[in-house]
Write a protein that binds this ligand. Structure first.
Ligand code: APR
Ligand code: PHB
Length: 400
């Protein structure tokens, strides 16, 4: 068995684990990342692609924003579409200059892996039988196998950044965590298509047949979603059917048409809201999807992960510098304020835009009334814009 030693052992090379490792490195703190998948898998995994201003600023300040600045698409507004008409929310104007950047999550991951490896950082890909031990003590350990060899890492802290299905959260003894969960009765069927997006900005469309979203990856590649059953069988969705359904859900009185092209990827994502509290037990700190999940409607997943690890890296750095535990002890409480704000916003966007089956149509009429209000009232539109572009990274009490 190989025995290794580091300051922070990080489980998971998603955005949470990689940003944490990089921020710690900038503070002069050593970490090792353990990832169960291959490098290729994590660098190609299709996820969302909307970065809040705070996330963009964080990546830039951390020195990993060069390609994002070049290739990311800055959007100052979004469109809400209902009753066959589009209504632009001018987020930039409503928030006094804030915007979002459309840049795929796996591109962020690629940039971070590149930066970690270039700086001599250690990432173990394809790790099997990953286990965490003794995190109630001052000497936590991570054990795993790679290519048939056994490893043991002794560390001071463990970053549990292994996503919703990881091993860190379940390793916390029963009775410590309280979980809150809401599972939605629908999912998203998402496609990547070689077709120029028919709009420069994202379109969130509420339609009688179900929700649809037009997003993009580049000026040549569209990313489009349609509301479906959570267990939808992709086999019953040949490409023609997908385009036909999408064209109907985006239709306008003015004859809007999506540009169609070869579909290069498709998949179904179920939707849930989930929070585990507290996000810490002993020397184990959960971050990102390991601690909370939001439905993708508000595009907050990656942004929450970045916000968590920003606080965590700072708290760990303060501890190494001065031994002060205050910030570490407040980590969970600080993160959960933002998490619950994002939970509310993501749930609200989801409830306003998706079709709920059954009933007599009351929900749909209520949704239309809400959309009318959000697009007609400056106060309501400002609230949407503030939440969508993201709460500032220095909320009161978060200043670290
Ligand atoms: N051991 C090691 N690594 C693991 C294990 C394990 N037992 N289980 C899971 N992992 C890895 C996954 O393969 C993945 O690479 O942990 C990583 C978790 O990454 P993400 O799921 O991307 O989660 P996170 O880093 O919190 O990113 C935030 O924002 O857009 C949302 O859900 C989306 O991934 C996104 C998230
Ligand atoms: C995406 O581009 O994948 C995307 C955009 C906005 C969302 C969700 C996903 O709300």
């Amino acid at each position: 068995m190989s025995a290794l030693r580091t300051q922070v052992g990080i489980v998971g090379a998603g955005p949470a684990g990689l940003i944490l490792s990089h921020l710690l490195h900038l503070e002069g703190i050593d970490s090792i990342v353990i990832e169960s998948q291959t490098r290729k898998h994590v660098e190609e995994r299709i996820r969302a692609g909307v970065l809040e201003q705070g996330t963009v600023d964080l990546l830039n300040q951390a020195g990993v924003g060069e390609r994002m600045r070049r290739e990311g698409l800055v959007h100052r507004g979004i469109e809400l579409r209902f009753n066959r008409r589009g209504h632009r929310i001018d987020m930039h104007e409503l928030t006094g200059g804030r915007a979002i950047t459309v840049y795929a999550q796996h591109e962020v991951v690629k940039d971070l892996i590149g930066a970690r490896l270039q700086a001599g950082g250690q990432i173990f890909f394809e790790a099997a039988q990953v286990e965490i031990h003794d995190f109630e003590s001052e000497r936590p350990r991570i054990a795993f196998q790679q290519a048939g060899a056994a490893y043991q890492i002794a560390c001071d802290f463990i970053g549990g950044c292994d996503g919703f299905h990881g091993i860190c959260r379940p390793a916390i003894p029963a009775g410590v965590l309280r979980s809150y969960e809401k599972v939605y009765p629908f999912g998203w069927l998402g496609i990547l298509a070689e077709a120029a997006p028919a709009s420069r900005e994202l379109i969130y469309s509420c339609h009688e047949r179900g929700f649809a979203l037009l997003s993009m990856r580049t000026p040549q590649i569209s990313r489009v979603y349609l509301q479906c059953r959570p267990d939808e069988d992709l086999a019953s969705w040949p490409d023609d059917r997908i385009w036909e359904e999408l064209q109907r859900r985006f239709e306008t009185a003015g004859g809007f048409r999506l540009n169609q092209g070869p579909i290069i990827q498709k998949g179904v994502t179920a939707m849930r809201s989930f929070v585990a509290e507290p996000m810490q037990f002993g020397r184990l700190f959960l971050a990102g999807d390991a601690a909370h999940i939001v439905p993708p409607t508000g595009a907050k997943g990656l942004n929450l992960a970045a916000a968590d690890v920003r606080i965590l890296a700072r708290a760990i750095a303060v501890w190494y510098r001065s031994g002060a535990v205050d910030l570490l002890q407040r980590y969970s409480e600080i993160c959960l304020r933002r998490v619950w704000r994002a939970q509310h916003f993501s749930w609200w966007m989801t409830s306003m835009l998706h079709r709920f089956e059954g009933g007599d149509g009351f929900d749909y009429r209520r949704q239309l009334a809400e959309l009318e209000h959000v697009t007609a009232s400056r106060a309501a539109a400002t609230s949407l814009a503030e939440n969508y572009t993201g709460l500032p990274f220095d909320l009161p009490g978060e200043c670290v």
